[in-house]
Design a protein around this ligand. Sequence first.
Ligand SMILES: Cc1ncc(C[n+]2csc(CCOP(=O)(O)OP(=O)(O)O)c2C)c(N)n1
Ligand SMILES: [Mg+2]
Length: 349
Amino acid sequence: MAKDWIQYVNKEGELTEGKEIALERTECLALYELMVTCRVFEHKATVLQRQGFLGTYASGLGQEAAQVGSASVLQKNDWLFPYGRDLGAAIVAGIPIDSVFLWLMGHQERWLTPSDIHVHVVPPAVEVASQIPHAVGVAWSTKLRREPQISLCYFGDGATSKGDFHEAVNMAAVFQVPVVFFCENNQWAISTPFARQTAVESIADKASAYGLPSFRIDGNDVLAVYQTVKDVTEKMRETYQPVLIEAVTYRLDAHTTADDPRRYRTDDEVDRWRQLDPLIRAKSYLIRYHQWSESEDDALINKIRKRVDDAWQRANDKPPSRLASVFHHVFYSQTTDLKQQESEVQQDG
Ligand SMILES: Cc1ncc(C[n+]2csc(CCOP(=O)(O)OP(=O)(O)O)c2C)c(N)n1
Ligand SMILES: [Mg+2]
């Protein structure tokens, strides 16, 4: 039997029985505004990819509550390890939206050195699960330096089948290093459904094999995600105890813009999850408990659309990225081979 899950707000936007929400109206609205920002960004990035401006794009549509609720908890100098679908989380952690667009167009520099960032956000991992050992290494070093920072490491359900996941979680548990292992269980790993990914009913159940505490949360309920990650990280800053969190959510869009999900999943299934859309739920909660109105909602969406459009304009005004830059930032000091390859690319123009 899968572990019980934590839910604060049900799909109708009603408070779950026995739960209390400590957040004021302005704090709830701030989370909602971030979710709307992620949603608008997802739409814009998908359209821009279709128009040929961006490379292949992996949409986080439907996963906004999981990303916003968790990344919002981070504090100055904490570390965030996103995977390729977590651009929303990176924006929440402070990466400027124009830098995210630039990254999608092959620029790396602005991601690595944005001026106004307060959380360390490493570039998103495209190699499945490769970021999980990195997060453990960083967290171990912060612990050895007796710093209070924590690392928040995202990965998908598919990543939990990789050796990197098992090695990293085991080491974190043995050395007690402060990582939140945050699994966005979106039910699919490209065309592999959750039931073919693992024989356990819940990713959270895997934690007991390593001696870790774990939580299974409704990943489409931003308040449940926020509160759980907040409680866990407050303790972790003192105890260094790593934790595994499974946020149960759904990938509403295709795996990437190069995928056709109708080949492997039914419209009925997608429609069922659309009813659980995290933005609809957060909006219903605000209407029900905080007098939020449709006109305020429209105004917010228009404001965010303009913000995202302006960010795109700034990104698109930059000169195109240089192919030779792919050889930079691979190693701290460039290897002889890479130097050679870079000079060959430059000679070819
Ligand atoms: C090491 C590695 N193997 C295979 C791939 C191809 N690949 C890209 S995403 C993906 C599935 C990932 O599924 P999951 O971890 O559930 O994340 P999701 O894409 O569902 O968010 C695979 C197999 C890859 N990028 N890296
Ligand atoms: Mg997945």
